[in-house]
Design a protein around this ligand. Structure first.
Ligand SMILES: Nc1nc2c(c(=O)[nH]1)N[C@H]1C(S)=C(S)[C@@H](COP(=O)(O)OP(=O)(O)OC[C@H]3O[C@@H](n4cnc5c(=O)[nH]c(N)nc54)[C@H](O)[C@@H]3O)O[C@H]1N2
Ligand SMILES: Nc1nc2c(c(=O)[nH]1)N[C@H]1C(S)=C(S)[C@@H](COP(=O)(O)OP(=O)(O)OC[C@H]3O[C@@H](n4cnc5c(=O)[nH]c(N)nc54)[C@H](O)[C@@H]3O)O[C@H]1N2
Ligand code: SF4
Ligand SMILES: [Mo]
Length: 839
């Protein structure tokens, strides 16, 4: 079967269509979109006065016109109880994406819940409780009363350490400032929960402790810096596929030389050329191929290092840059401390690094020159350093992160145009929570607690660990065993007898059982073990704020109704908090009950005002109304003030051509541009970061024992664990199974042909994938799609973590064997390489 959208005609948005601001709720980039909606029984016309584009649609439109939308950008949804047409199309006025969509974001409308067109029929509409051997719908009050009662009883017996929490800490769908504040208030203010983990890692910690401990926050530049840099050095990231429109709209212009005018304007006193790029990734990604096409091969340096050896490379680069006298002495003296000691401690020769990384000495020297060799006339080269999960989920996270920041600081590249040392990011950010200081460092390794039988109740907010955690085979076995104990106990007493139900649940918990509560928008794999499922509303069905990778904050307006009884996560928190208050009070513990006061929010805006506005830097300047007026461009955090309408200058980030001239929230384009960093003395500190081989326990032994590197990560087409795509033919027809990229010679040796079903296995577990012949893959090195519903790569990832409990997903080794010839669902697929070529 091949996927087809059954639409041959689309309605024209009328002139008076309602237009609302949308920030794509998927990746970090946060592209600006506009949602157009209008009554289902109407549509616009061809004449300019009759359509929302103000264009004569009877005429052929020019190339690159914005006056169109695709079937994927269309749906019929409910708005205030009435059917409306909905078009969600990229906003040409947004500086982030300038009208570009992506295969993920441009499907937002199609991925919305519609009872008319049948899209996202999988969405959860009612609270569900385990009853009569299955999940049964019930009322909110009934469901949250059960959760509160069990949670209270567990806390009474085990203390607050008996409550284990998994929660998002990001922006975009399944997060946002409203929802992180609400969950944070519940678990860190009303309670002091310590056994809590974040959606993507098994503890409550930072992915980038390393950078932060040096006084350098990880989102310190702006997207324009990618247009201004002489060199971009990108480490362990694949931005064409994973930060798509940031790459296309801000990196490609630099590589093509089309941002030269901007460079000359912004930095008039130095010579400029089209940008160069250094890509550090063991694998030849489509990003490498795209850069070669755009910039010419001579301007692209792909450093295909041995997996997990980045640290040795960065130390050698620092040593080389210092030896050549290319470091930025004035910046080091004025804005940093500890340089000489760190440079001495980290000394690594190029030969040593070449041996560890597998790179040639010449390539390492060339990289050093591209990073720091002064330009003609002596001007300092501007280099932007960017990294993501190949570094963060890579070997020795803390030191490797620090060694890259060392290099950026030594070359004076943090806080100036064309520089930055930044995460590229995953989701958008939306972190606002009360202090988590009580969690401690290192934080509890929560997965191991769950596996080890600890805790009695587990609250899960927008995570599906069954697809996305490490050591997932063992995690799932333990989780199912423990939650089955509780299900059996619940089956033994009448559902209508609440007291008997709770007693039975507590009895099972004392035997090692676990009561599981899952807050999600769709059925999940971990949800198959849950006893209560609470249906959440998501972005667009609620107002939601977040910021992107350049700290650009926007408001996504509510453009449609949530499905059924589902509620924004922050309002689910309200229900839980109030139910907990009632439960403690009924138990005669008024003092504890009082801690659950303060949730008198009616709307998500109330949660925003209680959280972000009161607690975040500059939050007092930010309101929903002001954000709404600032459209899809918003402002860059932190806010430093508000300029009333008619105020002088500073139109901030308002799109050119806006005439309404409302006031503007004044933001911050780059952090640290004054040379002061996030340490008490204002200086960034260099770190000592010696190479120590594979740091996580058991990784070296795994490498020695198994034949294939099982590198893993993402694909352009698929958002995360495919939660919106798991029932969607558009994606599932293309990827019935996760793929594993393999060198054709390795495949021949294992007697595999394209699409064959293989088992990937090691001592941690096993999983399945379809083999994708990939000539650019090195012998013995594979790459598997992560988190896919029909084959979870995390099954074979070991439990090895670093000293702060940061997982090491990327360094995984296993063996591969054939299970079967390509299954029927796979036979029609193409397995051509996906490299991007110019026509
Ligand atoms: N092997 C391997 N494992 C990895 C990684 C890797 O590179 N390799 N990467 C890690 C990373 S970086 C990440 S981010 C994680 C992702 O891990 P997870 O966060 O567990 O996975 P997601 O698919 O992003 O989404 C989790 C759930 O959120 C739900 N959801 C979406 N919107 C909403 C909402 O508005 N409200 C609520 N309540 N729920 C919502 C979705 O339906 C989905 O079930 O995986 C990690 N795991
Ligand atoms: N299309 C799409 N985009 C997404 C997502 C998605 O699911 N789909 N998810 C979003 C999220 S939550 C995140 S966190 C980001 C992740 O964004 P990225 O980090 O860009 O994505 P990944 O594919 O996880 O990993 C990036 C690269 O790390 C490389 N790598 C593996 N091991 C090493 C190593 O030892 N050293 C180095 N230098 N590189 C290594 C891999 O070969 C891979 O190409 O993407 C975001 N954007
Ligand atoms: S690049 Fe990211 S934010 Fe932009 S449309 Fe695609 S998924 Fe959405
Ligand atoms: Mo992520």
């Amino acid at each position: 079967m091949a996927y087809k959208r059954n639409i041959d005609r689309l309605p024209i948005p009328p002139r008076d269509a309602r237009v609302q601001n949308v920030t794509c709720h998927f990746c970090i980039v946060g592209c600006g979109y506009k949602a157009y909606s209008w009554p289902v029984d109407r549509q616009g016309g061809n004449a300019a006065a009759q359509n929302a584009f103000n264009a004569n649609l009877a005429e052929q439109q020019p190339a690159e016109t914005a006056n169109w939308y695709s079937p994927a950008m269309y749906n019929i949804v409910r708005q205030n109880g009435k059917d409306v047409h909905l078009v969600i199309k990229p906003d040409v006025e947004c500086s982030v994406n300038a009208g570009l969509g992506s295969i993920r974001g441009a499907r937002m409308a199609e991925m919305s819940y519609s009872r008319t067109t049948g899209t996202q029929a999988q969405r959860l509409t009612d609270p569900l409780v385990w009853r009569y051997g299955g999940m049964s719908p019930t009322s909110w009050d009934d469901a949250v009363a059960l959760v509160a009662e069990v949670t209270r009883r567990v806390v009474e017996e085990q203390g607050e350490d008996g409550l284990i929490v998994s929660a998002f800490d990001h922006g975009g769908a399944g997060g946002g400032y409203e929802n992180t504040w609400a969950t944070g208030k519940l678990y860190f203010e009303s309670m002091k929960v310590k056994n809590i983990r974040i959606h993507n890692r098994p503890a409550y910690n930072s992915e980038v402790h390393g950078s932060r401990d040096m006084g350098v926050g990880e989102l310190n530049n702006c997207y324009e810096d990618a247009e201004l840099a002489d060199t971009i050095m990108v480490v362990g990231a694949n931005p064409l596929e994973t930060q798509t429109n940031y790459f296309l709209n801000h990196w490609v212009p630099n590589l093509r030389g089309t941002s030269l005018d901007k460079k000359r304007r912004e930095m008039p006193n130095e010579p400029h050329a089209a940008g160069r790029i250094i890509i550090v990734d063991p694998r030849r990604t489509v990003t490498v191929a795209a850069c070669e096409t755009e910039a010419g091969k001579e301007n692209v340096l792909h450093l295909a290092i041995n997996s997990g050896t980045d640290l040795a490379l960065f130390n050698a680069l620092l040593t080389e840059v210092a030896a050549r006298g290319w470091v930025d002495r004035p910046f080091i003296a004025a804005s940093t401390s500890g340089y000489d000691a760190a440079a001495a401690a980290n000394r690594t020769t190029i030969e040593e690094a070449a041996r560890i990384t597998g790179l040639s000495a010449d390539d390492i020297r060339k990289a050093a020159a591209w990073i720091a060799e002064p330009k003609q006339g002596g001007a300092r080269r501007r280099t932007m350093f960017a990294y993501e999960k190949g570094l963060i989920w890579g070997n020795d996270n803390y030191r490797t992160n620090q060694s890259l920041v060392n290099l950026a600081l030594a070359t004076g590249n943090v806080g100036r145009p064309g520089g930055g040392c930044v995460r590229l990011g995953g989701h958008q950010e939306g972190y606002s929570r009360p202090s988590d200081a009580h969690v401690g460092r290192p934080a509890a390794y929560v997965d191991q607690l769950l596996i080890g039988g600890r805790g009695g109740v587990h609250h899960i907010w927008a995570c599906d660990h069954f697809k996305t955690t490490l050591n997932a085979s063992e995690f799932k076995r333990a989780y199912k065993r423990r939650t089955d104990l509780v299900k059996a106990a619940m089956d033994g007493v009448p559902a209508g007898d609440r007291a008997a139900q709770v007693d039975a649940i507590m009895g099972a918990i004392r035997q090692g059982g676990l009561f599981s509560v899952d807050m999600d928008i769709v059925p999940t794999q971990i949800g198959t073990c849950a006893h209560v499922v609470l249906p959440a509303a998501t972005a667009g069905e609620m107002n939601l704020t977040s910021m992107n990778g350049e700290r650009r904050m926007r408001l996504t307006e509510r453009y449609m109704d949530p499905p059924g009884q589902s509620l924004p996560d922050c309002l689910i928190v309200v229900k839980l908090a109030q139910a907990l208050e009632r439960s403690w009070r009924a138990a005669g513990k008024g003092d504890i009950a009082d801690k659950f006061k303060g949730y008198d929010w009616i709307s998500e805006e109330d949660a925003f005002n209680d959280g972000y506005r009161k607690h975040e830097r500059g939050g007092e300047h930010v309101t929903y109304a002001r954000l709404r007026a600032m459209g899809t461009n918003g402002f860059q955090e932190p806010a430093t003030g508000y300029q009333e309408a008619g105020g002088q200058g500073g139109r901030g980030n308002l799109p050119a051509g806006s005439t309404a001239a409302p006031g503007v929230i004044v933001g911050t384009k780059r952090l640290y541009s004054d040379g002061r960093f996030g340490k008490p003395d204002g200086k960034a500190t260099f770190a000592s970061t010696q190479w120590r081989g594979f740091q996580a326990e058991g990784k070296q032994a795994e490498k020695d024992k198994f034949r294939f590197l099982v590198n893993n990560g993402r694909a352009n087409h698929i958002w995360q664990s495919a939660y919106l795509d798991q029932q969607n033919d558009f994606v599932r027809d293309r990827f019935p199974l996760p793929y594993i990229e393999m060198n054709p010679a390795d495949m021949a040796e294992l007697r595999l042909t394209q699409g064959d079903l293989v088992e990937v296995f090691n001592d941690n577990g096993a999983t399945q994938a379809m083999a994708w012949p990939t000539p650019s893959a090195r012998r013995g090195e594979t790459f598997m799609l992560f988190a896919y519903p029909t084959g979870v790569q995390g099954n074979v990832v070991s439990k090895g973590v670093n000293e702060f409990i940061i997982p090491n997903y990327k360094q995984t080794w296993g063996n591969i064997r054939k299970i079967a010839d390509a299954p029927e669902s796979v036979r029609h697929l193409t397995f051509k390489p996906q490299e991007y070529r110019q026509a």
